[in-house]
Design a protein around this ligand. Structure first.
Ligand code: CP
Ligand code: NVA
Length: 291
């Protein structure tokens, strides 16, 4: 029975807390000693590739970076056959995919655990780093209040699932057509709420989070997205309406679009701590998957 991590939703509260615990200290041990981890990338990456490669090394293993053209998920070979091949050499398969369905296919085909390094719908590794960052900055996750401003995308979805699981208050502000559907919002439970008004979302928040308006693979929609989301820029004026809040962003940021230089570079910006935490939580996630 493998322990996949394709979405945060698939975790229970105890597992999520355990991953965060394994992300700090040295309880993770070296479960990958002498073993390989396949890192398949269908999209570019700076943080995920580097944090994952280093986390694999810290767990005693050897990472192998695999560019999409080398495996051709579903084109050169079926996703299932790619998984069966990689499982001959590796103890864990991690993939960043265009289509989340490919992750399900990889996971269904093999017993080695499969880790989602970002799909069109989810970014669980990012949410783990975000939650660790909130925990470190507040000393506890209890009573945390986060505002997410902008596109309710893969990053927002994984964050919302994590907040829902841990009972953290998350208020999402998005324009019409770019928020969570009422059905999905309802599924998160009372912890996650949604509004069209950024000022309302940030009121009383200790953390203000945003992400790009145009995610990888959405370039065709760039003009419409940039227009619809322009009033949702996180600038100094919006931050002043929060509660001396920390600024969060998964990165890469498009400065001048979803966030101003002043906010990104302010003393209350925690984006580099988040980036560093990607490595710690990647280590925690893999240690949990291999336990
Ligand atoms: N935040 C994040 O996943 O960054 P990369 O796309 O650079 O990996
Ligand atoms: N929402 C962004 C996140 C990048 C880390 C994207 O999918 O491109």
């Amino acid at each position: 029975m493998s322990r996949d991590l394709l979405t945060i939703r698939a975790l229970d509260r105890a597992s999520l807390s355990r991953i965060l615990d394994l992300s700090t200290g040295d309880a993770h041990g070296r479960p990958l000693a002498g073993k390989g981890v396949a890192l398949v990338f269908e999209k570019p990456s700076a943080r995920t590739r580097n944090s994952m490669e280093m986390a694999v090394v810290q767990l005693g293993g050897h990472p192998v970076y695999i560019h999409k053209d080398e495996v051709g998920l579903g084109t050169r070979e079926s996703a299932e056959d790619v998984a069966r091949t990689l499982a001959c050499y590796h103890s864990l398969i991690a993939a960043r995919v265009m289509d989340h369905g490919h992750l399900d296919q990889l996971a269904a085909a093999v017993d080695v655990p499969v880790l989602n390094m970002l799909s069109d719908s989810d970014h669980p590794l990012q949410a783990l780093a975000d939650l660790l960052t909130v925990k470190q900055l507040r000393g506890t996750l209890d009573g945390a209040r986060i505002a997410y401003i902008g596109d309710a995308n893969n990053v927002a979805r994984s964050l919302a699932q994590g907040c829902a699981l841990l009972g953290i208050e998350l208020r999402v502000a998005s324009p019409d057509g770019y928020g969570f559907s009422p059905e999905e919002l309802g599924g998160f439970g009372a912890a996650v709420t949604q509004t069209g008004d950024p000022a309302e979302a940030v009121k009383g928040a200790q953390f203000v989070y945003t992400d790009v308006w145009v995610s990888m693979g959405q370039d065709d929609e760039a003009e419409a997205r940039n227009t619809a989301l322009a009033p949702y820029r996180v600038d100094e004026r919006l931050m002043a309406q929060a509660d001396d809040a920390w600024f969060l962003h998964c990165l890469p940021a498009k400065r001048g679009h979803e966030v101003t230089d002043g906010v990104m570079d302010s003393a209350r910006s925690a984006v580099w701590r988040q980036a560093e935490n990607r490595m710690h939580t990647a280590r925690g996630a893999m240690a949990w998957m291999l336990a």
